[in-house]
Design a protein around this ligand. Sequence first.
Ligand SMILES: [Zn+2]
Length: 303
Amino acid sequence: MQRILSIAAIFFFSLSSYAQEIALTFDDIPSGDGAVFTGMQRTSKIIETLKVYKVKQAAFFVITSQLNRDDAYQRLKMYSDAGHLLANHSHSHNWIGVMGTANYIHDIQKADSILKATALPYKRWYRYPFLDEGPTKTSRDSIRATLAALSLANAYITIDNYDWYINSAASKAIKSNTKINYAELKKFYLEHVWNSIQFYDNIGKKVLGRSPKHVLLLHENDMTALFLGDLIKLLKDKGWKIISPEEAYTDPIARETPDVLFNNQGRVGAIAFAKGIKPEALVQQTEDEKYLDKLLAEKKVFE
Ligand SMILES: [Zn+2]
């Protein structure tokens, strides 16, 4: 009996500590035409893929300076009409240290007004460009106060990765007529994102004692449009559940904003840092562009 109980306890513990739930979020909406898809084609493909894989809600973070594109409003409306959330990703998408805190705050407010003026449903979330929350505590806190005054919640992520770099490397290859091994490219992309999920989930388990509800950072680019379906399938095959971003932000870590300046690796990274884990243990090697180039060459993704 004792043994059965302990096995049951282990099983229960496994279930409760390994929630393995993840929400999908996409930054830099609406991105321009790419090497593979026009912006409109890409938006259509992402929406279609989410529909096919029954992902009812994902979040799309809008850079409002990109709304001067002819197709911008229509693409935003397509995401919104499909049941997804539109949220604020600033107007100019710049670093706080470069713009200065006052200009940066103005930039958030400007994006807020522009998004409201679209009259499309707008989720009151803010995603920091580059996950940069400010170089000093004074700057960080005045921006946090601005978000609070605007009733904008920090739409943090937990899984940071360099998906955008794979996209830019592939786009460069296409534009220069370099032959691409698409099977290897897909494998590379999937491994990259999957390794990132495991990396931050392991840190989460270590510092929280459980697997939190995760928020994956992806970008609205051509590689996302090409491989999103494969990624969702991979996650499901690995036993993960895709949840809505609204559900992900019900996790207790949403209420645990660490008092640190180390925020650009996401919320789990920030919590781990606050608990004394060294920064170098919180950044993957695959966030180094030279290392990624070397890996792409080794795997013969571009021939
Ligand atoms: Zn961005």
